[in-house]
Design a protein around this ligand. Structure first.
Ligand code: GLN
Length: 510
């Protein structure tokens, strides 16, 4: 297979479905092509673990299911999972030395849903260690490279997921978003990704980072493909205590996202040549301050103008606590992380030091040896802000700010706008190795994604341009909806993609 044949022959999941159903191609052939391409692009360090035998076994089962006419829309489609979703057959490492040799006795809920639909897993994807980071450089197994420009990071923490889609290895991948990790790497790799409303996708079997923020989301080329992918994983799960059963009387189950998407599409279609007439797009003025790079500002502005051409109306709004989302998040997420990561004690699972004197030293040595520097930093911060005497000053205060941030979004949605749009990141992807000595520089770059995470809202990133010195680093547009509005923002994103071709561009990989 040539390097380009696979991804140029199938531009969407629907195309692939058609080819599978008409027996033009088999699931086994698709899986083999994806595995070959992953092998040919090994230098990008996208995968942490591949096991061709397992993938081909799943493909064989998919072919059988198709032959019996019992296929789901996703049966036989190659996918890949971020290495924080536990899998029974593939190793799961969370990109950490701590779990280097860990294999889970069960599958994560997200993986279960995909398996039930009959997808074929191509492997486990690189990411930041325990999903902490914004560039995929915190992986214990080396950085993943951006397929558009191999001197750039792919973004993080789901960098392997967005790189796998951008590089045309798979058309669909899973990611997780605690403070932006689906949206930010999607923007920097020029692909589409959605983080749903907190609680709509089960966290069962998703290695915990900040449990009150963590949410899984799919990554793909287009919003249209995301509909099927999100739909299959959005469902109440009693094994996750924060899973949502229903919202406004609408049950959280498979079919919900797709139905809302189709309903919105039907409404837009009925509006003829100005499909988005009546749609009020809130544009937060705090997202367009001096920190926003000129190339990003230009592309986002062009995207907003495209929306106006489709009939939408732009309304300036204010999210006055945008800047506070950084300190609030970087208190709360580390606090939760320090608690979640206490389970890695060298006793139950994960790395255990070779030599130690006594139980305490075993635990401290095991943790010191196996956690990377960013993870250790977060544990230290988290433990500090939760300690007696500081709890009120930091943790409680951050919780109060979190509430105010959520209120600001609600104020905008209640009286001013239907959706909110703006940039995902202040700049295009940075160079690999940039900011190495300044960890908090990366934290500041999360400014446009953190508020949404703190509020638990659904949001996505879609490609809308290129920037950087060689004009080859992708730029994303962020679309934020109110709670449970995934179907609606997907339809609105899809309208943009019907009228533009940013999402169809593919990198020439060096
Ligand atoms: N960059 C943020 C962090 O490091 C977000 C990561 C994420 O969403 N998993 O916490």
């Amino acid at each position: 297979m040539s390097n380009t044949s696979f991804h140029s022959s199938f531009s969407s999941l629907a195309d692939m479905r058609k080819a599978l159903d008409s027996k033009q191609v088999s699931a086994t052939e698709l899986a083999q092509q994806a595995l070959d391409r992953a092998e040919a692009l090994k230098h990008l360090n996208i995968f942490l673990h591949i096991d061709p035998e397992l993938s081909l076994q799943q493909a064989k089962q998919a072919d059988q299911r198709i032959a019996e006419g019992k296929q789901h829309f996703l049966t036989g489609i190659p996918v890949a999972h971020k290495d924080v979703f536990v899998t029974r057959d593939w190793r799961t490492t969370a990109a950490s030395k701590m779990l280097e040799n860990y294999t889970s006795p069960f599958d994560a809920a997200v993986v279960e849903h995909f398996n039930n639909a009959g997808t074929v897993n191509i492997g486990k994807l690189n990411c930041d260690e325990f999903a902490m980071g914004s560039g995929n450089e915190n992986s214990a197994f080396g950085p993943c490279l951006n397929p558009w420009d191999t001197t750039a990071v792919p973004g993080g923490s789901s960098g392997g997921s967005t790189a796998a889609v951008a590089a045309g290895i798979v058309l669909a991948a899973t990611g997780t978003d605690t403070g932006g990790s689906v949206r930010q790497p999607s923007a920097l790799c020029g692909v589409s990704g959605i983080k749903p409303t907190y609680g709509t996708v089960s966290r069962f079997g998703m290695i915990a980072y900040g449990s009150s923020l963590d949410q899984a989301g799919p990554i793909s080329r287009s919003a249209h493909d995301l509909v099927e992918l999100l739909d299959v994983i959005s469902a109440f799960d009693e094994r996750d205590s924060t899973s949502i059963e229903a919202c406004d009387g609408i049950p959280n189950r498979q079919g919900r996202v797709k139905q809302a998407y189709l309903d919105t599409q039907a409404k837009l279609n009925a509006q003829g040549s100005l499909p988005l007439k009546g749609l009020r797009i809130g544009v937060p003025k705090e997202f367009f301050g001096p920190g926003l790079a000129e190339d990003v500002a230009r592309s986002v502005e062009a995207a907003l103008q495209e929306y106006e051409k489709l009939g939408a109306e732009r309304v300036e709004i204010s999210l006055p606590r945008t800047e506070l989302s950084i300190p609030a998040y970087y208190v709360l997420a580390p606090a939760e992380a320090s608690s979640n990561l206490s389970r890695y004690d060298g006793v139950r699972y994960g790395h255990r030091a070779n030599s130690y004197k006594g139980l305490e030293e075993m635990t401290s040595r095991s943790r010191a040896e196996a956690f990377g520097p960013e993870v250790q930093r977060r544990i230290m911060i988290g433990t500090y802000v939760l300690s007696q005497g500081y709890y009120d000053a930091y943790y409680l205060q951050a919780q109060r700010i979190r509430r105010l941030i959520a209120n600001d979004f609600q104020a905008a949605f209640t009286s001013q706008c239907d959706v909110i749009m703006g940039p995902v990141t202040p700049t295009v992807a940075k160079n690999i190795g940039e900011n190495r000595n300044d960890p908090t520089a990366d934290w500041l770059a999360d400014i446009f994604t953190l508020g949404v995470s703190l509020a638990g809202l659904p949001a996505m990133s879609i490609p809308c341009g290129f920037g950087g010195a060689n004009n080859n680093r992708p730029i994303g547009l962020q679309i934020i909806g109110n709670y449970f509005n995934e179907g609606k923002i997907l339809a609105i994103a899809d309208r943009f993609q019907q009228n533009t071709d940013w999402h169809t561009r593919q990198p020439e990989i060096k």
